[in-house]
Design a protein around this ligand. Sequence first.
Ligand SMILES: Nc1ncnc2c1ncn2[C@@H]1O[C@H](COP(=O)(O)OP(=O)(O)OP(=O)(O)O)[C@@H](O)[C@H]1O
Length: 604
Amino acid sequence: MVRQTIQIFARVKPTKKPTAVYTVDNEEHSGGSLEFVIPRDLADGFINNKRESYRFRFLKVFDQATNQEEIFETIAKPVADNVLAGYNGTIFAYGQTGSGKTFTITGGAERYSDRGIIPRTLSYLYHSMVYTTQISYLEIYNEVGYDLLDPRHEASNLEDLPKVTIMEDPDQNIHLKNLSLQASANEEEALNLLFLGDTNRMIAETPMNQASTRSHCIFTIHLCGREPGSATLHRSKLHLVDLAGSERVGKSGVGGQILTEAKYINLSLHYLEQVITALSEKNRSHIPYRNSMMTSVLRDSLGGNCMTTMIATVSSEKTNIDVRFCPIFALSSSGLADRQASEAQGDLLKLKDILTQRDNEISILCWVYLVALCMLWFSPLFHMLDLKAQNTHFCSASSSGPELSIEQQEAFEIFRNDHGDRLTLEDNKAILKQRFAEAKALGEQVNQARNRVSKSFSLPPLPPPNPQSDTVEETLRSQIEEEKKNYKSTFGRLKGLKTEIEHLQHLLQRSKIKLKRDFQDWWSQEATRLQYWHHALHYGIPYYMLHIPFRALSSTTMSSTSIPLTGDHQTDADILAFIRARQSLLTRTGISSSIHAGQKRGKV
Ligand SMILES: Nc1ncnc2c1ncn2[C@@H]1O[C@H](COP(=O)(O)OP(=O)(O)OP(=O)(O)O)[C@@H](O)[C@H]1O
């Protein structure tokens, strides 16, 4: 297996504020370099021997103008290709708080073109080949793991959520308990999971960044697929890691919970540095993975034939730049990046080596597989041969043959007599027969004892059935049936009554409304009538004249008087004119005489 080098790139965050003086130098063969010039601060004292220039080497340095597409093409695409080929991969964003790690890994929220490595990689993977894909999103906060895709995240406190724990099987494979693997059939589903996880992340405001991510987040894409035309399935995973911002505790001016978080963050970043430095050392046998949760989780995806890429994000703002305390520069100054730069030229050859090596490994694996298959087929034969050999061996050993090994002697221990001499096969058979007979006799005794015990504990026999109780039961049962029937019919009747009552209530309601309307009509007519009566009395017109139904008068007759029958705004003169007109009309039509007659008969 060819070991892959860990590749480290740097990205300078664009800024509008005054920047520290820095220069970027990207040479084709020797990689890139980033140099900062930080003038000595006189406030530090008269004697100040601090360095003013800091130069760091990376595989490539991306300056402020670099866009997200370029970052994906150079950094993430090669790793994604490697993952598609069946190898694990990890991409880290590493840097000070506010230097652009989340922007690089997830992306900015303002423009579509600001999409970061995760969305672009998902799009690339889904367009590359048909794979079954699963997503997990782990958050490591203060060295405790949480599942960011756990639906309970929104409703519960962090402490109430189940903690993700690391378990190791005998083959030293890592398993994460309580971390869900969510199947995502397409890019959209995967992006939804990313957004769900991002909303659940632990974010706090720090003096250096208003929305500083306080935890390490590992977005893992688990792939399972086969290359076209191949029957072999391969599994691989790609970890996209947004590390919590490293910060100088003194400088960030924080306390309380944020100070605790900062301590955890810095400590875990320190352990990560240790692992990365150890991986880059050629003859290093022990890699300290177990020191932190993050390195334990990423153990199978760091170093070896896994492609590990780091992008060191740098903010060139004067207030933020403190190269001496940014851990990534510690890595760079430890010579790791230097080594990588010089190794950059050999990468192409190495990749070729890897592929040849892989081909060799595959052919070796095929041979091993073939041999294993043969052994599986012939194993019964081998077993028979082995038994035969053992038998011969034993028979010869039991007489006067060669000495047995200690294990064989222990296995054959029962075949010795009281003096420790080995017995012949016939003797052994006899002993076994005798022991078998003894065991049988013992079994017999146990059975007898069991019978005795069960007899002494047996329950009294059941009383014979009582015919009288049967009839009582029968009567009771029929009574219950009768009651049930009664209940059913009563229930039916009640139901009918209820419907009837509801119907009557409805009718009542309607009658009430009608009555109200009739009363209102009657009342308005009565009011008008009273008004006329009042005027008639006033002007000496007999009461009976007003009792002639208004409808008895034809509309034509009324129109000739041009006085309306009813009206709220009639003047006294109008009403008087109406009464007079009615008086003359009654006289003309002769109705007044019949009224007189009726009045006399007491009908009016
Ligand atoms: N390359 C860039 N281009 C444009 N804006 C950027 C770039 N890098 C970062 N930013 C902006 O800078 C701000 C801080 O960036 P970001 O949140 O990614 O920093 P961070 O390193 O993840 O911080 P922390 O460690 O505190 O979470 C954001 O508003 C982000 O949009």
